[in-house]
Design a protein around this ligand. Structure first.
Ligand code: V47
Length: 361
């Protein structure tokens, strides 16, 4: 039996893959065999369904006290390209989203030097006042830790008070790469992997669900990707609080790693497939079309992914780094991409409850 056949036997029996096996898969050229394996697992759990959400992203500001090397979004106060939105402006953006039927708003921003604590709670309250039923997925674990230091509150208190103000779940950003050496190099000031993991652990203990991302395609090795996934798989064993895992393909423009170029379709599909096979305790593997492009996201439905994320409407983080994808995919377009792949589009809410199995044609 070849190593690939051995891995395939393990997958069929539902046995957990080791780090070494994940690495073998990364190095394997038989992308079709890999896709078949990941697709079999995906179809066993989700059959032909592909999930998506009608949502809107809002970045409250890109002003940031850090300068991470992979990031083209952050600006110093007053620097060209810096922006910050008031609570009223953000509520207006949400209002525009409601006309499109959004059920979720996804809110993140830089480590802003001067916003008071009341901005972060006030923003959630103002959105809930405008749209009481909307789910607010906001503030990455990195931001939560920043708030805790800046406002001198334990993270549990930060999370608790944000929940009282309307926080529904945490997005998966800020994880970047958890492997220590690369993390230090690309985003040292964000602190070690444990910070990000501990914040999610605390959130899960308080009953908040969250997502986990992995930024790949910059200077990390394949072993770094596997280590990243292992740390998240271990935390998921402990808490069960991650709803989805989202590999994010690096977009290089105006970052310190411009010379790396864009990731390839094969790398994107393999990474998603390995995520499906290795992350056996995370139910949803998300293909984020903004970073990979809608074309790869569409194909990824045969490489382990069961979720196409959402309509997004406005996106800055990746577009400031040269994203080639559009900023907005209307729900009917998402559905046609899904249908064209022979899958059944299912509109979901933020916690993966089904809203509609007959979304727009
Ligand atoms: O944390 C930053 C990444 C993340 C670049 O939870 C970049 O449902 C590519 O986390 N090229 C933010 N990526 C986005 C994010 C996310 C997106 C969609 C859904 C969810 C969710 C979360 O974007 C950052 C960072 O890892 N990022 N710069 C770049 N140049």
């Amino acid at each position: 039996m070849t190593v690939l056949e051995e891995i395939s036997e393990k997958v069929k029996k539902g046995l957990r893959l080791s780090d070494e096996e994940a690495l073998v898969l990364f190095k394997c050229d038989d992308v079709i065999a890999l896709g078949e394996m990941a697709n079999a697992v995906r179809e066993k759990i989700h059959a032909k369904k592909t999930y998506y959400i009608v949502n809107r992203h809002v970045d409250y500001s890109n002003v940031c006290v850090l300068s991470c090397k992979f990031c083209a979004f952050a600006r110093r106060p007053g620097e060209a390209g810096a922006f910050e939105h008031s609570i009223e402006e953000i509520v207006e953006k949400v209002r525009g989203g409601l006309i499109r039927g959004i059920t979720e708003v996804h809110i993140v921003g830089g480590f802003h030097p001067t916003h008071p604590w009341e901005f972060y709670t006030g923003l959630l309250k103002a959105i809930k006042k405008e749209a009481p039923d909307i789910h607010i997925k906001a503030y990455t674990a990195a931001e939560i830790r920043y708030f805790s230091k800046k406002f001198k509150m334990p993270e549990e208190e930060v999370l608790g008070r944000l929940m009282e103000a309307g926080l529904g779940s945490l997005p998966g950003g800020g994880a970047e790469i958890l492997a220590p050496e690369v993390r230090k190099e690309i985003c040292g000031p964000k602190g070690p992997a444990e910070f990000w993991l501990d914040t999610h652990r605390r959130a899960h203990k308080l009953g908040l669900k969250s997502n986990a991302t992995m930024l790949y395609g910059h200077i990390e090795s394949l072993a770094d990707r596997v280590l990243h996934m292992r740390l998240i798989r271990e935390l998921q064993d402990e808490t069960g609080g991650f709803l989805s895992f989202i590999p994010l393909s690096f977009n290089p423009k105006d970052t310190c790693y411009e010379d790396r170029g864009y990731t390839t379709g094969i790398d994107d599909l393999k990474t998603l497939a390995i995520a499906r096979l290795y992350m056996d305790n995370i139910r949803h593997i998300k293909a984020y079309w903004v970073m990979s492009g809608p074309e790869v996201a569409q194909l990824s439905q045969y490489f382990g992914a069961d979720d196409m994320h959402g309509t997004v409407i406005e996106e800055n983080i990746t577009h400031m780094a040269g994203a080639l994808a559009p900023e907005d995919l209307p729900a009917d377009r998402l559905c046609s991409l899904i249908r064209e792949a022979g899958r059944v589009p299912v509109q979901r809410d933020s916690l993966y409850r089904e809203i509609s199995t007959s979304p727009p044609l």
